[in-house]
Design a protein around this ligand. Structure first.
Ligand code: PMP
Length: 354
């Protein structure tokens, strides 16, 4: 039986994408060869890379606006240092909204000054800081749009003259935003895009070339741009599967259509959390993530019963991250409203039993 997969990442992908990806592993485009045993310089794969890059820009509404899309390796964690390596000359700003922002800050400090413009560490990152001021003259301001572990999400992005860099690993392609307000967006593939192994970087070319340091080729955005994201062997399977997911998203009506479903899913789960006296939400209501809902049982003695019911319903992956505890329901693009309904049924069944 296929499980209802609420895993935080790697996570659920559309069934039809998995099917097409597995077919290509056996026989790519009827070539008699596997996708993963052909040259990445072959015409068929170069087309995949070009298609994936242009679909990413098209879906984000960033075509013909001076942006380039790259599929790189090293995960989103590599972008923590690559962004600073390429962009941090003197002083950068970071909004500290959780584990991933903190890790990005740690890396950036190796390259220059870091001003923490705001932090929600004081309350274990259960909210998004607001009303902070952004100093003049920053090389860039770094934000994390969705905090996968704590279940918070930035709803309103700051207006600033500094270039905006945003880690969108866990909510890219899930909601409509004016993506042109960002100068660099990065996202590990393994949530809304594909398998682990590729990281999408969308970058406005004119922010490059402003630092006074030598950058090793593999870490230099300009090098990857000049080689059309094929400087070295790309992660072919991850790029191909990401392309399939982007095609799937486009066929469903793009971000505006998926956002409607995502809103229904998150409303369903949060209204159960709020109405059911056995549960309480972790994140502040106004900052709740539409992708990762974090919640706890009010009475931990019900844990065993609840966990058993969850398992019997075929639900996978709702244990909270160790730094928050409790539960986390991740509801990425490929998770159906029906699966969220099953989880909510189990939660209300617990109340009836209790
Ligand atoms: N940023 C965010 C928001 C994440 O959720 C994660 C991983 N879950 C990362 C960065 C790190 O990604 P990776 O494991 O690809 O380095």
């Amino acid at each position: 039986m296929k499980k209802h997969n609420f895993s935080a990442g790697p996570c659920i992908l559309p069934q039809e994408v998995l099917l097409k990806a597995s077919e290509a592993v056996m026989d790519f485009n009827g070539s008699g060869l596997s996708l993963i045993e052909i040259s990445h310089r072959s015409k068929d794969f170069v087309e995949v890379m070009e298609n994936a890059r242009s679909l990413a820009l098209e879906i984000l509404g960033l075509e013909n606006k001076g942006y380039k899309a790259l599929f790189l390796q090293g995960g989103a964690s590599m972008q923590f240092l690559m962004t600073a390596y390429n962009l941090l000359d003197k002083k950068s700003g970071y909004l500290n909204t959780g584990t991933w922002s903190s890790k990005a800050i740690k890396e950036a400090k190796l390259f220059g000054d870091v001003v923490e413009v705001g932090s929600s560490k004081d309350e274990n990152f259960n909210y998004i800081p607001k009303g902070y001021s952004v100093p003049e003259g920053l090389d860039y301001l770094h934000l994390t749009s969705n905090n996968t572990i704590f279940g918070t999400q930035i709803k309103k992005f700051p207006k600033t003259d500094a270039p905006l860099v945003c880690d969108m690993s866990s909510d890219i392609f899930s909601r409509q935003l004016d993506f042109s307000q960002f100068d660099l967006i990065y996202a590990g593939a393994q949530k809304n895009m594909g398998p682990a192994g590729a990281t999408l970087v969308v970058i406005k070319e004119d922010i490059l070339g402003k630092v006074n340091r030598q950058i090793p080729s593999m870490l230099d955005y300009a090098v990857h741009i000049s080689k059309d994201s094929m400087f070295n062997t790309p992660p072919v399977f991850a790029v191909y599967t990401s392309m399939l997911t982007l095609e799937w998203l486009k066929s469903k009506g793009g971000i505006s259509a998926i956002e409607e479903v995502n809103e229904k899913k998150s409303q369903l789960v949060y209204s159960e959390i709020d109405l059911n006296p056995l549960f309480e939400g972790f994140a502040k209501k106004e900052d709740r993530s539409h992708m990762n809902a974090t919640f706890n049982l009010v009475d931990d003695r019900l844990k065993e019963t609840f966990d058993t019911m969850v398992k019997e319903a075929g639900i996978n992956g709702i244990n909270g991250h160790r730094s928050v505890g409790g539960y986390r329901a991740s509801m990425y693009n490929a998770l159906s409203l029906e699966s969220v309904g099953i989880l909510v049924d189990v939660m209300s069944e617990l109340e009836r039993k209790g």
